[in-house]
Ligand binder design. Structure first.
Ligand SMILES: [Zn+2]
Length: 182
């Protein structure tokens, strides 16, 4: 059912692909992962841009289909798979405490990354933006397991900035360092 909703939302026209008023283009994962691998300085931009883009998608879908938190969460999980970013599953979705854990199998960016580390900055941003929209508060995201590092899956923790900073100080420092300056 959700997949059908997604399939109807994507529009192909001569030389154009659009999903929920945002322009898309299909390019090999290697293009993206090479840029991120070679330029660690782009991490904040990748994260912030995907966060904003996910928020725009989620707000559009809220408007069109009146999706609420849980429905939006399922939609987010589906769009990640649909768009070829891996198979996502929410392990925890705690609306009361604004906390979530998402596991992703077969992240293509992690699978082909040449760096041994946490590589899924776009997915982090996407979950941060989508999670913020579905829980209706500003959330951020860190990756605590990654296939590129040698883990069997990628795992993401979503939460409020201050909580992530307190509970996962090392990850916060290495993945969201620029938020410290704000
Ligand atoms: Zn990963």
């Amino acid at each position: 059912m959700q997949k059908l909703v997604l399939a109807k939302q994507i529009k192909f026209d001569q030389g154009k692909i659009e999903l929920l008023n945002q322009k898309l283009s299909i390019f090999p994962v290697s293009v993206f992962s090479t840029i991120v691998d070679n330029n660690p300085k782009v991490v904040p931009d990748v994260y912030q841009a995907t966060k904003e883009s996910a928020q725009m998608f989620a707000n559009e879908i809220k408007k069109r289909h009146k999706f609420t938190g849980q429905q939006l969460k399922s939609w987010l999980k589906d769009i990640v798979s649909f768009a070829g970013w891996g198979k996502a599953e929410f392990i925890i979705y705690d609306e009361k405490n604004f906390a979530s854990i998402v596991r992703v199998q077969q992240s293509p960016v992690a699978e082909i990354s040449k760096k041994k580390g946490y590589t899924d900055h776009a997915l982090r941003g996407f979950f941060a933006g989508g999670g913020s929209a579905s829980m209706e508060t500003d959330l951020d995201c860190i990756e605590i397991k990654c296939v590129a590092k040698g883990d069997s899956i990628c795992e993401f923790v979503l939460g409020k900035k201050q909580i992530l900073k307190k509970d996962h100080p090392e990850f916060f420092k290495s993945q969201l360092w620029w938020l410290n300056e704000k």
